[in-house]
Unconditional design. Structure first.
Length: 278
């Protein structure tokens, strides 16, 4: 009975957090329909208006509506971080699976590259790469992908090493299964749950890093409405117009909290090896 009650509670929290995740995605998708103003349209006579009925989140130094910019920023920030998580997941998992399954020189090369990448401070290296490539959201995603794939490669490699010598893998080899068939049919299905849990749990952290690059000028560029860039644009008016940083910062905070809670619930539901689920 206690186990059933706990499972019900977990699923309830998961349903609530899933609702908010879906809500964030819908806000980002329908931002052009929800936003009352063009997020890039400047109206100097309305500059630095405090939050009011006409402008819910106030206006910035160019008179642009901050509420509309936050809504459009959800599109840029969410699309950027989801593509980042997907690219890191695919690259890291693919390299880790190849490294763990084939071993030998392939394993040595991939792991030594991984060790080399880990030896550098990740954010500093991402700033250097983004600075060389030029400031843009795409380049920021590429830079963070380059420095973040190692975690997934090492995790997927360790999972493959745990299962590649099991009886069902050897049986598949004896029955004439090709390498691609074994990897796709037997290896990946056994490691994907843990890899997906890891990816979902990393969404919040990667969003903070992506926003950080934009804040430093290495991500989205003006006049694009993006939360990290909006924080950078509002920092000089922190005392005179605090809403310029408060609302984008609140959007980042709430999004990170929602995805972190969602990831924790997803882990509790999907991870069969977590003893706390029993």
């Amino acid at each position: 009975m206690a186990t059933f009650t706990k499972t019900l509670q977990i699923n309830k929290v998961f349903a609530i957090t899933s609702f908010f995740v879906l809500l964030l995605i819908l806000i980002a998708f329908f931002a052009p329909l929800i936003a009352p103003y063009d997020p890039t349209h400047a109206m100097m006579k309305d500059a630095f208006m405090e939050p009011c009925a006409e402008h819910f989140f106030g206006t910035d130094k160019l008179g642009r509506d901050c509420f509309s910019r936050v809504l459009y920023g959800a599109r840029a920030s969410l699309c950027g971080v989801l593509f980042l998580v997907l690219s890191v997941f695919v690259l890291g998992t693919s390299l880790g699976v190849l490294s763990g399954y084939f071993g030998g020189k392939i394993d040595m090369v991939i792991m030594r590259i991984s060790d080399m990448m880990i030896s550098f401070p990740g954010m500093i290296l991402a700033i250097a790469i983004a600075g060389i490539m030029g400031g843009s959201l795409v380049n920021a995603v590429i830079a963070l992908t380059i420095v973040s794939w190692t975690k997934y490669a090492r995790l997927s490699r360790s999972l493959v090493l745990q299962i590649k010598n099991r009886d069902f893998i050897e049986a598949a080899i004896v029955n004439g299964g090709t390498v691609m068939h074994i990897l796709w049919t037997h290896i990946l299905p056994n490691i994907l749950p843990i890899m997906i849990i890891t990816a979902v749990a990393d969404i919040g952290a990667l969003m903070m890093e992506l926003a950080g690059l934009s804040f430093l000028g290495f991500g989205s560029q003006p006049p694009a409405p993006e939360w990290g860039l909006m924080l950078n644009e509002g920092r000089q008016q922190l005392q005179t117009a605090p809403w310029l940083m408060f609302f984008p910062g609140l959007a980042i905070f709430l999004t990170v909290v929602i995805f972190n809670l969602w990831g924790d619930c997803l882990r509790d539901i999907l991870d069969p090896h977590d003893e706390n689920n029993y």
